[in-house]
Design a protein around this ligand. Sequence first.
Ligand SMILES: Nc1ncnc2c1ncn2[C@@H]1O[C@H](COP(=O)(O)OP(=O)(O)O)[C@@H](O)[C@H]1O
Ligand SMILES: C=C(OP(=O)(O)O)C(=O)O
Ligand SMILES: [Mn+2]
Length: 530
Amino acid sequence: MYNVNKLIDYHILKSNKAYFNLSQDELINISVAKGEGDLAKNGALSINTGKYTGRSPKDRFIVDEPLVHDYINWNNTNQPTSSYKFERLFDKAINYINDKEIFIFEGYVGSDSNYRMPIRVVNEFAYQNLFAQQMFIKPKEEERGSIKPEFTVIALPNLMSNPKVDGTNSEAFVIISFEKKIVLIGGTKYSGEIKKSIFTIMNYLLPFKDVLPMHCSANVGENNDVALFFGLSGTGKTTLSADENRRLIGDDEHGWTDNGIFNFEGGCYAKCINLSHKKEPQIFNAIKRGAILENVVIDKDTKEPDYDNDKYTENTRAAFPVEHIEEAILEGEGGIPNTIIFLTADATGVLPPISKLTKEQAMYHFMSGYTSKLAGTERGIVEPKATFSSCFGEPFMLLKPQVYAKILGEKIEKYNTNVFLVNTGWTGGSYGEGNRMKLEYTRAMVKAALIGELDNIKYIKDPIFNLSIPTECKNVPKDILDPSSTWGNTEEYFQKARELAKAFIQNFEKFSTVSDDIRNVNPKIFSKAI
Ligand SMILES: Nc1ncnc2c1ncn2[C@@H]1O[C@H](COP(=O)(O)OP(=O)(O)O)[C@@H](O)[C@H]1O
Ligand SMILES: C=C(OP(=O)(O)O)C(=O)O
Ligand SMILES: [Mn+2]
């Protein structure tokens, strides 16, 4: 095996066309001068990513190497490729950048100094290098130059693979090699691939150090009470963690140690479709100089962003450092979580907008990860598509879901953490018939849960899923709390609920070794009450 850092040092770093840790302004100026992007009226750098406007999971591969072979949960999401194929693409990449200007960011992922990992990101686009700088953790002045990267991401969107020769699925590829400690990205300009591949690496490494890596956002209240919001893409992690009454810790990726939680990142990556100052003031205000807007339509003359326009994609994005969010916790750390919220965007409109989970239910729903893939978040998804995404982040979890679930279960038990399931998806009918839950109501329910207003009130049990539904919640109409009463036709509701219940049961069959108390959470399709 060759020494990757030496190889990269030789090929890339010795090049007089490599720019290291340029400042925000230098990268913005270069990006504009090169015609990569344009400045919007609010000061953000606006760019378009072309064909790929969301993640492309079918193009993501893990090199099947002895170091990781026995640990990776190989499946349709964690697809293997060979060292041979990786090395060929790597050589292609090295040849490709030989005569190009490249931009290099060196910094960290992980704000807890005990677990942080030094990384290097090599980009052909200045705007993507700015993305890396804003999303990861910038080195302090005195650390610059002395960073010894453990992993290197090489992102070359204009380098296309040839599926027939390279064994890829399309021209795009995201390939992670744990032995070479390299992530190779080509064919796609969607910047989310850069941050999510580093996240995926952390998710593989941290359980070996007894740290639970989580696909969740986090914030903290006045009494230092920490809340986590787990959820697949588009379910509301970023939106709901930006809360004027609480301080943001991070919007997407955290680790949980014996001391508390820590953000992996130093920035946020917010969706901006239909963004308004009224509904999401903190995110709206964060989009200023230093932020990068991806695939947002900008008026040609006034340069005003049109957040309501989905001409390029529904998955429009803004990337910015956490410093842009008012009152954010810049050190990225918080105490032991008091409340956990599982976000599900249920496109069937069956699950209640909020329900309280027992410990067993929490484990069951964490392993099941029922939600929908939302339009634009993955290549090929144009409308909500029901999915079971274990740990609410299956595309990023390389180990078996049971590994993560076991650590989470131990922590919930030990700290007696409250867990709620929140449906930010549909109500009053399935997608197409009903409506998406109003953000205003979800915010009110989350608030009530976090300040303890749902602790000592009356709950009812839904007959199929056995979920505990509060009978009242401040600022939320009573009649939306029980989903069966929001559908025009109750029989249709129960019909759909039984279908969903069957899907839950079927999905859970894959967990063959799970204990009976968790398996018994399975919904009861033939409940007498229906
Ligand atoms: N009830 C709701 N709860 C949360 N988000 C909602 C709701 N209704 C609509 N949305 C919209 O859904 C999107 C959620 O996306 P985001 O917060 O970026 O999710 P994530 O960070 O989990 O990927 C935002 O555009 C938000 O405005
Ligand atoms: C960047 C992403 O994360 P999220 O949508 O969870 O914010 C993504 O899934 O591409
Ligand atoms: Mn997000």
